[in-house]
Ligand binder design. Structure first.
Ligand SMILES: O=P(O)(O)OC[C@H]1O[C@H](O)[C@H](O)[C@@H](O)[C@@H]1O
Length: 564
């Protein structure tokens, strides 16, 4: 990832050592490692910022970790961490810093990047966001016909959707009391499915749209925004369906029913968003790393600014740990190294994310973008094709539900898969009613029992049960599937911030070792370009004969359906 020329990782001495080492460990079953190394928990578990990271069920030993730490040194991880956090232009293909960590610096910190005082800028934008949140929470933000806003719909996709969506669900318990009732919703898909549902149910007079797009050119978001704008104008203008005392102009409707969040103020203005209702951020914040600033507006609307600042503080605690802890005790480094070991030396290319807490329903979807859009690359920072694997295929779902869906493959399929189990230790203390609390706490214990049982069975296979009598082959479990367990003391804004930052930095560590740039996403561009061409053809404004036989017939099938 570093811009300077550097040996590719597979030529580093530690990589070679690890290759030989893997040959000796390749056939050692995890249960054997546990049998011979009773202190694995002590060796491979670390705690920081309300998180416990248990890497003892990885298929590795002390020597593996020693070699991996040597690899991290040889690949320049310490220098790269410093470069990232100090605002060097680590995003080499776009020639800019990747400063999401600056979004969570406390107000009294200092960070000057290329002559700009970043911390002051960041805190000014937080203050502006705070003012908008206060107005909405106080019921002072009025729609064009004078009524307070009741529904806020975030229109955004990718990084302008997944982070806020995930966090608002995770922290729904943290809604402040005594605020004007407000519901926050998300519409991302270009086909309009989510939006159509909201438009059918919500009153336009009390609905506000947050148009979230770093580039402000994303067709998915703009097409939802255009539909929303026409819906509002159609219903609220003087000729509209909602009778209002005074005629309401389209200008006033757009002013009172849209907030824009973008790194492109000109484009927001051009679309019609009034400058007072524009929240800005900077090109140096990557889309999938942007929930920490103004893109996090939906989060702040749900949990309030105090809790939003707690989220930032939790992430900042992880940033400091990442910067200061020695590699051998550094959680993001260790998590990243476990991934490198699995992908590059054990050839495990599937990774499942399994939270045992329903509030983390969208965590896997969020990580799919964070990890695969960042590290799904095959060219080094020097523009050379890599000849080693990079990001594994990552997917997931709530663990308890996945047990009834795809765990069959984890336990008895032919694919090696590494799993991340994620769970809070404490839950439901705040439930007032004693009986309900008792029941819910029992359900939490049940979920944890399942979480711990699953990682144990994945590790030990048949050996997990005492009574291992003769059984037919189809009832046998081979085990030996590695896993990581991340425990949160409790799911709070702060621990969630630390958890997300842990994964962000893990992704960075892996990118440094693989010598790829985790901060660009050129792989999504061609599809957008070709979609624009294809749309012209679908709209009968292009040359169908240029299409391949399959695409041509698909388009013709669509035209035929349109005629029916
Ligand atoms: O925020 P926007 O500019 O609208 O971008 C939204 C998303 O779309 C792009 O295609 C990228 O793949 C994502 O990284 C980005 O988060």
């Amino acid at each position: 990832m570093a811009a300077s020329s550097r040996a590719t990782p597979d030529t580093l001495p530690a990589w070679q050592t690890l290759k030989h080492h893997a040959e000796t460990l390749q056939h050692v079953h995890l249960k054997t490692l546990f049998g011979t190394e009773p202190s694995r928990w002590e060796s491979f578990t670390r705690q920081v910022a309300g998180l416990t990271l248990d890497l003892s069920k990885q298929r590795w030993d002390d020597d593996t970790l020693e070699h991996l730490l040597a690899l991290a040194e040889e690949a320049g991880v310490p220098g790269a961490i410093e470069a990232l956090l100090s605002g060097k232009r680590v995003n080499v293909s776009e020639n800019r810093p990747a400063l999401h960590t600056a979004l969570r610096l406390p107000a009294d910190a200092t960070l000057e990047v290329e002559g700009d005082d970043v911390v002051t800028d960041v805190h000014e934008s937080l203050a502006q966001m705070d003012r908008l949140v206060q107005r909405l929470h106080a019921g002072q933000w009025r729609g064009a016909t004078g009524k307070p806003i009741r529904h806020v719909v975030n229109l955004g996709v990718g990084g302008s959707d997944l982070g806020p969506l995930m966090v608002t669900h995770a922290l729904a318990d943290y809604q402040p009391e005594d605020i004007h009732p407000l519901e926050v919703h998300f519409a991302s898909t270009m086909d309009g499915s989510q939006l159509a549902d909201y438009l059918a149910r919500f009153n336009p007079e009390t609905t506000l749209f947050v148009l979230s797009s770093k580039s402000f050119t994303t067709i998915d978001t703009l097409s939802n925004a255009n539909t929303a704008r026409d819906w509002l104008i159609g219903r609220l203008s003087k000729h509209g369906e909602v009778p209002s005392a005074t005629p309401v102009s389209a200008e006033l409707i757009i002013r009172q029913h849209f907030i824009g969040v973008s790194a492109s103020p000109d484009k927001m203005t051009e679309w019609g968003i009034t400058p007072d209702h524009q929240l800005m951020f900077w090109e140096w914040v990557g889309g999938r790393y942007s929930l920490w600033g103004t893109i996090g507006l939906p989060i702040a609307l749900v949990v309030g600014m105090d809790n939003f600042r707690e989220l930032l503080a939790g992430a900042h605690a992880m940033d400091r740990h990442f910067q200061e802890a020695p590699l051998a005790d550094n959680l993001p480094v260790l998590l990243g190294l476990a991934g490198i070991w699995n992908v590059n030396f054990l050839d495990i290319r599937a990774h499942s994310i399994l939270p045992y807490d329903g509030r983390l329903e969208y965590f896997a979807a969020y990580l799919e973008q964070l990890e695969m859009e960042s590290n799904g690359k095959s060219v080094t920072s020097q523009g050379q094709a890599v000849n080693y694997s990079t990001c594994p295929v990552l997917w997931g779902q709530l663990g308890p539900n996945a047990q009834h869906a795809f765990y069959q493959l984890l336990h008895q399929g032919t694919q090696p898969v590494v799993c991340d189990f994620i769970a809070p230790l404490k839950r439901y203390d705040e439930v007032d009613d004693q009986d309900t609390r008792r029941h819910l706490k029992a359900q939490h214990r049940l979920a944890l029992a399942n979480c711990f049982a699953q990682s144990r069975v994945l590790m030990l296979g048949d050996d997990a049960i005492d009574d291992d009598g003769p059984r037919p082959e189809h009832k046998r479990y081979r085990g030996n599937q590695p896993s990581t367990t991340v425990l949160l003391d409790k799911l709070t804004p702060s621990t969630l911030g630390s958890l997300i930052a842990l994964y962000e930095h893990k992704v960075f560590v892996q990118a440094v070792i693989w010598d790829i740039n985790p901060f660009d996403q050129w792989g999504v561009e061609l599809g957008k370009q070709i979609a624009t061409d294809t749309q012209k053809i679908i709209d009968h404004q292009g040359d169908l004969t240029r299409m391949d036989a399959s695409t041509r017939r698909l388009i013709e099938a669509f035209w035929a359906a349109e005629q029916e």
